[in-house]
Design a protein around this ligand. Structure first.
Ligand SMILES: *[C@@H]1O[C@H](CO)[C@@H](O)[C@H](O)[C@H]1NC(C)=O
Ligand SMILES: *[C@@H]1O[C@H](CO)[C@@H](O)[C@H](O)[C@H]1NC(C)=O
Ligand SMILES: *[C@@H]1O[C@H](CO)[C@@H](O)[C@H](O)[C@H]1NC(C)=O
Ligand SMILES: *[C@@H]1O[C@H](CO)[C@@H](O)[C@H](O)[C@H]1NC(C)=O
Ligand SMILES: *[C@@H]1O[C@H](CO)[C@@H](O)[C@H](O)[C@H]1NC(C)=O
Ligand SMILES: *[C@@H]1O[C@H](CO)[C@@H](O)[C@H](O)[C@H]1NC(C)=O
Length: 257
């Protein structure tokens, strides 16, 4: 027996923990999807167990194979020489799977990870498309219904992100959140509301359009103002010119005022 083997032998017989690794230590997944964890150790244990919130769900016996309590819990062998490794899979994840996932091997310390189960809800922009007159103030309200945890919300107007003043109410463990955007109608725009939770790779979104009509009344007012200004200027010019002309003619006879 060489020194290395002797060392291992002593480790095992003296009851010192084998090195066990659980990965990831934190996982956030959507309800209904799959959650996966790997547990590995350098030594081949006779038994590896997996539990969810203290309930034993999978037992892997090296000599005989995998025992699971239901088909929602399963395990895949990823063992390579010198690395004993199993992937534990929870299929169709339920809200009450959230909490503690633990892996334990015979002769090793219990390793724990945290599973967070999230919900994807819906996104709606109340009232849909809007048509406004140039210069008007307009409001868009985005409603996110049935999310967990409280979602992040933002607006994107013509692709430019705008923050959002979110407010939420809970119904059971789900959040209804809403946020309002106030814009001045300047040009026809796309208004998008984005909602997300950490378990989502890309946010859920909804897009509506703001159609802006030219303010014809204001254009007419401007036109009238310009016309009036020009007329007044022309009139003033004529009057001044007239006075000067008259004065010159009078000066020849007597004096002007
Ligand atoms: C577990 O390990 C295997 C093999 O190394 C890898 O393919 C798989 O993605 C890992 N799973 C997780 C959840 O990290
Ligand atoms: C897991 O895979 C390893 C390597 O392929 C193999 O030696 C071992 O017997 C497998 N274990 C079980 C329980 O199937
Ligand atoms: C254990 O998991 C396997 C694979 O997912 C499945 O086919 C089997 O039915 C499960 N066993 C029990 C008792 O549910
Ligand atoms: C809003 O306008 C767009 C493009 O003009 C159209 O495709 C969409 O169906 C409209 N949405 C609603 C709710 O009317
Ligand atoms: C957000 O909402 C709060 C309360 O409704 C209000 O006091 C605050 O001014 C708002 N902030 C912005 C940036 O709209
Ligand atoms: C959340 O929104 C849904 C759909 O609009 C509604 O039925 C429900 O009452 C709302 N919950 C709360 C607590 O406001």
């Amino acid at each position: 027996m060489d020194v290395f083997r002797l060392g291992l032998f002593l480790l095992i017989t003296m009851g010192v923990s084998a090195e066990v690794q659980l990965q990831p230590l934190n996982a956030a997944v959507l309800r209904g999807s799959k959650a996966r964890f790997n547990c590995s150790t350098t030594l081949t244990p006779s038994v590896m167990t997996w539990s969810v919130n203290g309930l034993l769900v999978v037992t892997i016996i090296e000599a005989s194979g995998v025992l699971n309590i239901t088909d929602r819990f399963s395990a895949t062998n990823f063992t390579t020489p010198g690395n004993y490794k199993w992937e534990f899979i929870i299929s169709n994840v339920q809200r009450n799977d959230a909490g503690e996932v633990a892996c334990q091997v015979m002769g090793g310390e219990r390793q724990m990870a945290t599973l967070s189960v999230q919900e994807r809800g819906s996104v709606e922009i109340v009232g849909g498309n809007q048509t406004k007159t140039e210069g008007d103030q307009t409001e868009f309200q985005c409603r996110a219904v049935g999310w967990f945890p409280e979602p992040s919300m933002s607006w994107s107007v013509n692709g430019v992100e705008t923050s959002c003043n979110r407010s939420s109410v809970t119904q059971g463990s789900l959040f209804n959140s809403s946020c309002t955007l106030t814009v001045t109608a300047i040009k026809t725009s796309s208004v998008q509301c984005l909602v997300t939770v950490p378990a989502l790779n890309t946010p859920e979104s909804n897009t509506v359009f703001l159609t802006v009509n030219k303010n014809t009344k204001r254009d007419q007012t401007v036109l009238i103002a310009v016309t009036v200004a020009f007329s007044v200027a022309a009139l003033l010019f004529l009057i001044i010119y007239g006075i000067v002309f008259l004065c010159r003619r009078r000066r020849k006879k007597s004096e002007c005022l």
